[in-house]
Design a protein. Structure first.
Length: 428
């Protein structure tokens, strides 16, 4: 069996004006869909965060991919490693998301080969990752401060006939009451049983007030998390972290870098999680040395694939770290991949992050994946268990061509609302 075709399709999906530490989400989020086809007709799918840089990096390894054996990931990965320039963990950058391309190339090919193998052998990807330990994978509500509007074709306007979550999704949320209303609508629709608030947008006092309002509204039975994306100083993290002891399940990336995180962690009786200070295998010795976090949030797009995330989970078990998952905007192929990973990870200790509720379009057959009581049930069928809806893919690709966005830049988007706004790596 040899890989005969390698298709790279960038797509754009509507995204509401969500605020974060780096600015504002554009009306579309970008994703890239990768499809492999073998000489005997087996297919494999993957989805990675989209950007012209990632698409170029994928196209640059075409010669290595074509002709490779999709059943021998070790051999393909070694060849890819020779072709893709090394990237230090510093290349991740200061933004809330990861700017590296090499790990995303590995991820795209790892996932697509696993999907293809699963289809060829008639087994789910989770079986290839070691076996299913849970059929229902729990996700967390992911709240955002936001401006009015639903993004995409609706631009920053609203759809007056929308109801339920579709209506709540359009509403602004800029204060504790708005955050609680958003949480209620999201929990009502998807059944999530834990809640995360994206912070780093307003003064810590305002974000801590929103967390306390969520606690008041949902009670102590619903775990809460806050993620200021490393915009707080060590002093601010300790001051406001103390207010959150006994309130949060964990505080995510209050401060920047492993040493600062370790200082905050020693000062607080509150678990710390990260998708910013320990983000690659090169960071693991520092994580163990400094004790920078309690929980590592893997993301198979940024750790180099599902198999790499399973390796990270083993490290977490050995070094007494919890493990869960980070998310950026994504569509159903990524949600299926995250669910297979969550289904196979024995030591998964927390509900996974997902941005999925913020999108309304889909590129897979059957449309939007359903949540049951906050969980995604492991898709039936071999491989990832999802099929491309080729008409929907073509529409999302046409949107990509039309919208003109070629990379994520939340600072530029924010400047359209607040002229002169500048990202700062440490703000409070
Ligand atoms: O989508 O605005 C966003 C998030 O801030 C995202 O970029 C982060 O990577 O979800 C993320 C996080 O947990 O840091
Ligand atoms: Mg985070």
């Amino acid at each position: 069996m040899r890989i005969a075709e390698f298709h790279i399709t960038p797509v754009a999906l509507g995204d509401p004006p969500l605020l974060n530490a780096a600015g504002l989400h554009a009306p579309y989020c970008l994703r890239t869909v990768v499809e492999l086809v073998t000489d005997d007709g087996w297919r494999g799918l993957a989805e990675v965060p989209g950007s012209a840089a990632v698409d170029t990096a994928l196209a640059a390894v075409r010669d290595t991919v074509i002709g490779a054996d999709p059943l021998n990931w070790n051999a393909l990965r070694a060849k890819l490693a020779e072709r893709c320039s090394p990237e230090t963990s510093a290349a991740r950058g200061d933004k809330p998301w990861d700017g590296r391309t090499r790990v995303q190339v590995f991820s795209a090919l790892d996932v697509a080969c696993l999907d293809l193998q699963g289809r060829a052998f008639g087994v789910p990807v989770a079986a290839l990752l070691g076996g299913v330990v849970r059929e229902r994978v729990p996700y967390s509500a992911y709240l955002f401060y936001k401006y009015e509007g639903a993004g995409g074709e609706l631009g920053f306007g609203t759809e007056p006939r929308a109801s339920g979550w579709a209506a709540a999704r359009q509403k602004p949320a800029l204060d504790p009451a708005g955050v609680v209303a958003q949480a209620q609508a999201m929990v009502e629709e998807f059944g999530f049983q834990s809640i995360k608030l994206k912070g780093g947008c307003f003064e810590p006092a305002q974000e801590v007030a929103a967390i306390k309002a969520l606690r008041e509204a949902f009670g102590p039975g619903v775990p809460l998390r806050l993620d200021p994306n490393a915009l707080w100083t060590v002093e601010t993290s300790i001051q406001w972290g103390r207010e959150l002891e006994g309130v949060l399940e964990y505080l995510e990336d209050p401060a920047r870098g492993q040493e600062s995180m370790a200082t905050v962690r020693r000062a607080l009786k509150l678990p710390l999680a990260t998708n910013m200070c320990t983000t690659s295998f090169d960071d693991l010795p520092g994580s163990a040395r400094h004790g920078s976090e309690d929980i590592i949030l893997t993301d198979h797009h940024y750790w180099g694939g599902l198999r790499a995330s399973m390796e990270l989970a083993a490290h977490c078990r050995i070094f007494h770290r919890g493990v869960s998952m980070h998310s950026n905007n994504h569509a159903g192929i990524s949600l299926a991949a995250m669910t297979h990973l969550g289904a196979a990870m024995p030591n998964l200790g927390y509900a996974l992050d997902t941005h999925y509720p913020w999108q309304s379009e889909e590129i897979i057959v059957g449309g939007r994946i359903k949540f049951e009581e906050g969980c995604v049930v492991l898709p039936k069928g071999p491989g990832l268990g999802v099929e491309l809806d080729r008409a929907a893919l073509a529409r999302a690709h046409a949107t990509y061509l039309r919208c003109g966005l070629r990379e994520r830049n939340d600072e530029i988007e924010m400047q359209k609302k607040v002229p002169g706004w500048k990202f700062s790596a440490t703000r409070w």
